[in-house]
Design a protein around this ligand. Structure first.
Ligand code: HEC
Length: 265
């Protein structure tokens, strides 16, 4: 009889059933399992017209991200960290709002796993940040982290990483470029050794790309990395004009050029 029971419990704890989400917030640290999150009173089905990770319409079981962010203020800053070290930097404000673009934490049901992102790849689970009406507040593709394992409250990027800051007398274009850098690049790249990402190369040390990309090759690279260097394992996504307008791209490059003169030695 006991053996029968043990076998029964073994069956209940099959692999895949125990995905954890760790929340480190001003209100404290807690870990929630996907099973607990799938019981959340605000759980609902969310339709995503143009899913960023799957590149097609998708439907997820999800809860409003705001429902998890106890004690978080609009002026706070959050980081969502994925299995592969991708660390999306997110101002809390759009995550908390209930109008305009809305943020949802999609939860993979281990008994009905999501499809693979590509052949030889795993899916977007266990947790994935998706947005409804992303265009309203200009939410970019780097604000859709997938395979999320933790959400952490943090001080702002500027406070945590002074080595990323432009000079005090930097002009408005450079400051705007710094904002674009945080929104689009910092999730994968460090600069001056500063940042939490471990995915792409440092963009200032030992050399800044504005120092060795001639002509307009840097903007062409950012638009479409494979147009410059093509190999199957290339991981950097291209940034289309819808994501980063020509003006914003020039601001971003202006920030990078400015930082070439501010190397952390
Ligand atoms: C999803 C992660 C990711 C994002 C976001 C990203 N990059 Fe990259 N980037 C990479 C990786 C990885 C490489 C190394 C080449 C590769 O695998 O594609 C790279 C390479 C580069 C290089 C080439 C460096 C060299 O000398 O070969 C530049 C320049 C660059 N990135 C700039 C940027 C800028 C600017 C942004 C923001 C607009 C950005 N990247 C956003 C991942 C990313």
């Amino acid at each position: 009889m006991r053996a029968l029971f043990a076998g029964f419990f073994l069956l209940l704890s099959l692999p895949g059933l125990a995905a954890d989400l760790t929340l480190t917030l001003p209100s404290g640290t807690r870990t929630l399992t996907s099973a607990e999150l799938l019981q959340h009173p605000q759980l609902q089905t969310v339709e995503i017209a143009q899913d960023v990770a799957y590149k097609r319409p998708m439907r997820f079981l999800a809860i409003p991200v705001a429902a998890l962010l106890t004690g978080v203020k609009a002026s706070d800053h959050l980081q969502m960290v994925a299995l592969d070290g991708f660390a999306a930097e997110l101002p809390a404000e759009p995550l908390l709002q209930s109008t305009g673009s809305r943020a949802w934490l999609a939860i993979e049901d281990p008994t009905q796993p999501w499809p693979k992102l590509a052949k030889d790849k795993s899916g977007a689970g266990p947790f994935y940040l998706v947005w409804t009406e992303p265009q309203v507040d200009h939410i970019g593709p780097e604000q859709w982290p997938f395979q999320v394992v933790s959400i952490r409250g943090m001080a702002s990027v500027a406070e945590r990483f002074p080595a990323l800051l432009p000079a005090k007398d930097a002009n408005a274009e450079v400051l705007a470029g710094f904002a674009q850098f945080q929104k689009n690049c910092l999730a994968c790249h460090r600069l001056n050794g500063a940042g939490d990402a471990q995915f792409g190369p440092d963009l200032n040390l030992p050399h800044n790309p504005t120092e060795y990309f001639a002509g307009d090759f840097l903007s062409r690279y950012i638009r479409d990395p494979q147009s410059l260097r093509r190999w199957p394992q290339g991981k950097m996504p291209g940034f289309s004009p819808q994501v980063l307008s020509d003006g914003e791209l020039q601001q971003l490059i202006g920030y990078l050029r400015h930082m070439a003169g501010r190397k952390a030695l």
